[in-house]
Design a protein around this ligand. Structure first.
Ligand code: PLP
Length: 388
């Protein structure tokens, strides 16, 4: 029998991913499904990165690497982190992890004692609750609202606080809402963490993909370097989802302790992947192009649904998704997503998969070209027209 810790990570029952898997099965069977359900690019990893990997494999990079990451990789990621967070970052403040998910996992393991409490902001990336539970922790989800651009208010955070709250997790640019938090919001949360002696975990994996609104990292704010753990990855920014390269930026002392987790959990990244990641990070392969591509796609899709009755666009300042409020058509977002798939062959995810605050919404991924997104918008229009 599996341990209760393992069984408790993801409670059994239906989840929104079933729609994605059903759509995949239909597509593989020859169906003309438009897949807008996941956050994975429709294009390959940039050529320069692939070449660097091939060279590394041919060049004998087949061995264990150093923990917590090859020195040159830590240096390259420190430079990237510096650009992302706007703070001076040294290689000893970097721990390389298996994807951004590995960084999230390590962060919660590092700040939560068994039974300790964390605050997460809803709507959220679907793995957050399970990652807290895997660390033996508990969480409260605070709901954010479209009227406030899905940015959390201090009163909501304060109300969620418990005696043993250790950390707050924020994510901007946000998955699923696309919200990019304002400087004021980040400043308020940072000040609160300083006052209450809390860790601030900041998931910044979409930092490059946003409209003109600036990206603010709490690490850059006064007194925050020592209490912020930044979660990052090359998956989205450099088109490397399948390569599983992520990292944490945090205080050097904390990184040293956390390296023990690296030791027992993964023993680091593959050697050749590390070399590809060095090339990607040092040369910025794909970085600017991918950011511009998603901005264009988001604009094209928003343009195509502009004025459409029955849906309200929410957030949508960054990231790889557009979230739509569909309550004027259907309260039950899971039913909406299933019906849309069944009737129009378009796969989107129900908001309910991303926390209570996203109920009544659907998340649409921009991971298809502009023409396909326009076709999806057409099908959405037809689907809605049949219901109004
Ligand atoms: N954080 C957020 C907000 C994400 O959306 C994702 C992936 O979709 C991750 C973290 C995980 O990133 P990675 O694929 O690098 O593990």
């Amino acid at each position: 029998k599996p341990s209760s810790r393992i069984s408790g990570i993801v409670p059994s029952g239906k989840n929104g991913w079933e729609i994605h898997f059903a759509a995949m099965t239909r597509k593989q069977a020859g169906g003309r499904v438009i897949m807008l359900s996941v956050g994975d690019h429709d294009f390959d990893t940039p050529e320069g990165t692939v070449e660097a990997c091939v060279e590394a494999v041919r060049g004998g990079h087949h061995h264990y690497t150093q923990l917590p990451g090859l020195p040159r990789l830590r240096a390259a990621l420190a430079a990237l982190s510096q650009e992302c967070t706007g703070t001076e970052t040294s290689p000893d403040e970097i721990m390389v992890t298996i994807g951004g998910q590995g960084a999230l996992y390590a962060a919660f393991q590092a700040v939560l004692d068994p039974g300790a409490h964390a605050v997460i902001v809803s709507p959220y990336y679907a793995t957050y609750p399970g990652t807290v539970r895997a660390a033996g922790g508990r969480y409260t989800e605070i709901e954010t609202h479209a009227e406030n651009n899905f940015e959390p208010s201090l009163s909501e955070i304060e109300a969620a606080l418990e005696a043993d709250t250790r950390a707050i997790l924020i994510n901007s640019p946000n998955n699923p809402t696309g919200a990019v938090y304002s400087r004021e919001t980040i400043e308020r949360i940072a000040e609160f963490c300083r006052e209450r002696d809390l860790w601030l975990l900041s998931d910044e994996v979409y930092w490059t993909i946003r409209s003109e609104k600036e990206h603010i990292s709490p690490r850059a704010l006064p007194g925050m370097k020592e209490r912020t753990l930044v979660i990052n990855s090359l998956s989205k920014s450099h088109g490397m989802t399948g390569w599983r390269v992520g990292w944490l930026t945090g205080p050097a002392g904390m990184i040293t302790v956390m390296t023990n987790l690296n030791l027992v959990a993964t023993y680091g990244l593959p050697d050749f992947t590390s070399h590809a990641a060095i090339a990607a990070a040092e040369n910025g392969f794909g970085l600017r192009e991918i950011a511009e591509l998603y901005t264009r796609r988001r604009e094209a899709f928003l343009d195509a649904i502009r004025g459409m009755n029955g849906v309200i666009v929410r957030g949508s300042e960054g990231g790889m998704y557009v979230m739509l409020d569909i309550r004027a058509i259907e309260e039950d977002c899971e039913k909406f997503a299933w019906d849309f798939l069944n009737e129009e062959d378009v796969a989107v995810l129900p908001g309910a998969s991303f926390g209570n605050a996203a109920r009544g919404h659907i998340r649409i991924s921009m991971c298809q070209d502009e023409e396909t997104l326009r076709e999806a918008a057409k099908r959405l229009q037809r689907f809605i027209a049949a219901r109004l």
